[in-house]
Design a protein around this ligand. Structure first.
Ligand code: ACM
Ligand code: ZN
Length: 726
């Protein structure tokens, strides 16, 4: 086996800066794109499909400088350079008219920017998160969209050539500090800029306030609660006063979360001993559900009661949305007297992240948790291994991370992808997630999607075959050998260490895409044949290999249950006809949910709904949305996500006995930056949160869209990326 340490890999590809001048990206070889640090394009650039711009963004992973000044390119589309962290300099096309939303989102190496006089519009959040951008020159009068320069905290000079202020959204420069950032405008035009919306922030002049911002509770909560009762006759709560928190014993974490939320929203420190408004957190065992809560707003403060700490936490998530209100500002001024009574419809609301295909650095993974908790998700499923990498430290088998966590390439993206999580990091993640009431569920695949392990231990597969790490998406035909005792010893040792790191009651065993033809590798293997003989499996119509798969699962399920008290989970496959009682099966394949639901009912199992048509958030949300180039993914629209019926037309008995929850997947074959995980997730994850949390009779698509608007506006304000393709 050839071992290539990650540093050597990195040096191989990152060594040697490369400058290229060509007409179009197609004039460069794949190797030249991967090596390029400085590219000048001079031709007519394409902007859809595998366009010049998509190639610049996704294939030129080392790009530091792009000169498009001689190119013909009137439109830089949305997301053109989304989260390109190395891009330090861009010369924009001289004929540029339109710059799409989030075009330079989180380009946090970009220092200066000159916008040509031809430019008509700058999209929302176009430069949001360009954290080291110091100087911007705007030559013409483009209309500047909302939050265009959000969190550009290093901005020192914004220079304009027009004496007439360009039309700018009030939030275009919302986060600039007028003490440190100068606005340079033509002589004599200062007055006009001082008065103009969006520009007045440079003069330390806050926008004219139209009076108090008053929250309208029914219009801002997502997922929608069971009931929201506003008492318009009672005195409302004034939010921007001093606050004190009073929390019952056992709610120390929730008190800390409450202090954080109040501090972030109101901008005031929160005390435990004095304050005009009181936030009271307590437990009430009479509530109907562990996650249920009642939140009461009165003139003097807020009371949140939960049956458990989780319920209190969800009350706090609701309170934060009330404080945010319509997102006209970070925090509203007034909330009417209101009682919110709420409880979840399903008990597991999960998002799945895949650091195996493209690694997600630990701090970025952690940062994903608070955002999902806002919408009352309570499980983060980690797809820790696959054909392309092994990403979790296993102390018994250090070879796994030493030899299978670094590679070059994910399909046409020829970049080094490297990294794994230590067990100490995973314990830290689990503890951190618990403060947001999120359970971390690990997944180790079997018998397919296991090439990373097989690469390290060829004896795991039939005939001891040596298999390279996979660098493309798709399904490998190399499976674990169920006829070899080493397979059980290996999995047993891995699960023993996982059980110690992850306190979750669940472990996911994968089980997907290991059918025919891959299973044929078990037909001629001596060890597999011997096992079939021992088990009395005599069929020769290929069903024998499915039975062997069931044997493998039965043994591991038994180990997990009896030794570690874990409930096993796996992806549903039709041929794998029996689902072991009490297990959780995931309905994921497009068009197969009916079969999965019936199998779960028949086998007294529980089922997680994540059908591709509704819940695969790695799929583009609209044609042409990211990822523009992929392995043939269909589109999963926001409406399709919202229209998922978690009871799948089965009614209450199914919901009570079988339905486990809902999950959204974020497979990362085409997600090449941590920011793009959010882009793929939201707003579909918000739609799914309402599917999973809210009762059918209180939700509606129109109502969701209405409540989504302030939710997304607040994300923009907080600098969080999402797709607008709906
Ligand atoms: C899957 O998408 N292969 C579960
Ligand atoms: Zn075998």
């Amino acid at each position: 086996m050839k071992i290539i340490p990650s540093l050597v890999l990195f040096a191989l590809l990152s060594g040697g800066a490369s400058a290229q001048t060509v007409s179009r990206m197609d004039d460069l070889t794949a190797e030249a794109k991967a090596a390029a640090t400085d590219i000048t394009l001079t031709g007519t650039l394409s902007t859809t499909g595998n366009s010049d711009l998509r190639q610049l963004r996704d294939l030129c992973w080392q790009l530091r400088r792009a000169d498009l000044s001689k190119a013909d390119c009137p439109v830089l589309p949305a997301n053109a350079f989304h989260s390109r962290h190395r891009l330090a300099e861009i010369l924009l096309p001289a004929n540029l008219k339109r710059l799409g939303s989030q075009a330079f989102f989180a380009c946090d190496a970009l220092t200066t920017l000159s916008l040509p006089a031809t430019l008509d519009s700058i999209g929302e959040a176009a430069f949001s998160g360009c954290a080291v951008l110091q100087e911007v020159t705007i030559a013409g009068t483009p209309v500047i969209g909302a939050f265009a320069f959000q969190n550009c905290d290093a901005l020192r000079t914004v220079r304009l050539t027009s004496a007439v202020p360009p039309v700018a959204d009030a939030t275009a420069f919302e986060t600039i500090d007028p003490e440190t950032c100068r606005l340079v405008v033509p002589e004599g035009s200062e007055k006009a800029y001082k008065k103009a919306e969006g520009w007045n922030v440079f003069f330390n002049k806050k926008q004219k306030s139209d009076g108090d911002i008053v929250c309208s509770p029914a219009d801002v909560l997502l997922p929608i609660p069971e009931s929201v009762a506003v008492d318009a006759d009672a005195k409302p709560l004034r939010v921007k006063c001093s606050w004190r928190i009073s929390a019952a014993a056992g709610l120390e974490n929730e008190a800390a979360q409450a202090a954080r939320i109040l501090g972030e929203r109101t901008g005031q420190a929160v005390a435990t001993d004095k304050g005009r408004n009181v936030l009271t957190l307590c437990l009430d065992p009479s509530l109907s559900d562990d996650e249920a809560y009642i939140l009461s707003i009165t003139e003097t403060g807020v009371d949140i009661k939960g049956r458990t700490a989780a319920g209190v936490f969800y009350g706090l998530m609701t309170l934060e949305q009330l404080l945010r209100a319509d997102a006209a500002a970070l925090c509203c001024d007034v909330i009417p007297a209101t009682v919110v009574s709420d409880a979840p419809r399903t008990h597991i609301r999960e998002l799945m992240v895949d650091p195996a295909r493209i690694f997600v650095p630990f701090e970025e993974l952690k940062a994903f948790i608070p955002e999902m908790a806002r919408y009352k998700f309570n499980a983060l499923h980690l797809h820790l291994v696959d054909d392309q990498a092994w990403r979790i430290e296993i102390k018994k088998y250090p070879e796994l991370t030493a030899n299978a966590s670094s590679r070059v390439g994910m399909d046409d993206m020829q970049m080094p992808i490297s990294g794994y999580y230590t067990q100490a990091q995973m314990k830290e993640l689990v503890a951190y997630a618990a403060t947001y009431h999120v359970d971390v569920v690990p997944e180790i695949e079997m018998p397919g999607h296991e090439v990373a392990a097989i690469h390290c231990f060829p004896q795991l597969t039939c005939g001891g075959k040596e298999v390279p790490i996979r660098t493309t998406c798709g399904v490998s035909d190399d499976l674990l050998c169920p006829g070899s005792e080493f397979t059980y010893e290996f999995l047993g040792n891995v699960f023993r260490e996982l059980a110690e790191v992850f306190p979750s009651p669940y472990i996911h065993l994968g089980g997907d895409e290991a059918g025919n033809p891959a299973l044929d590798c078990w037909t001629n293997c001596t060890d597999c044949r011997a096992l079939k003989q021992r088990l009395g499996i005599t069929t020769t119509d290929r069903s024998e290999n499915w039975r062997l798969q069931k044997y493998l699962f039965d043994r591991m399920i038994d180990t997990l249950r009896t030794k570690y008290d874990k409930t096993p989970m796996f992806w549903y496959e039709t041929d794998f006809k029996e689902i072991q009682e009490g297990c959780v099966t995931f309905a994921w394949r497009v068009g197969l949910t009916d079969a999965a639901v019936q199998a779960a009912i028949r086998n007294k199992a529980r089922i997680m709904l994540c059908p591709g048509e509704h819940c695969y958030f790695d799929y583009p949300m609209a044609r042409g949305d990211m990822p523009e180039v992929n392995w043939g993914m269909p589109v999963t629209t926001l409406y399709e996500t919202y229209s998922l019926d978690p009871s799948w037309g089965q009614g209450e008995e199914f919901e009570r006995n079988n339905l486990f929850g809902v999950a959204g997947t974020l497979w990362s074959e085409c997600i090449n930056s941590p920011e793009r995980i959010y882009y793929q997730a939201y707003p579909r994850a918000q739609a799914l949160s309402e599917v999973g949390w809210s009762r059918a009779d209180v939700r509606s698509w129109e109502g969701f869209l209405k409540r989504l608007a302030p939710t997304l506006r607040d994300m923009r304000r907080r600098g969080v990326t999402f797709s607008t393709a709906f």
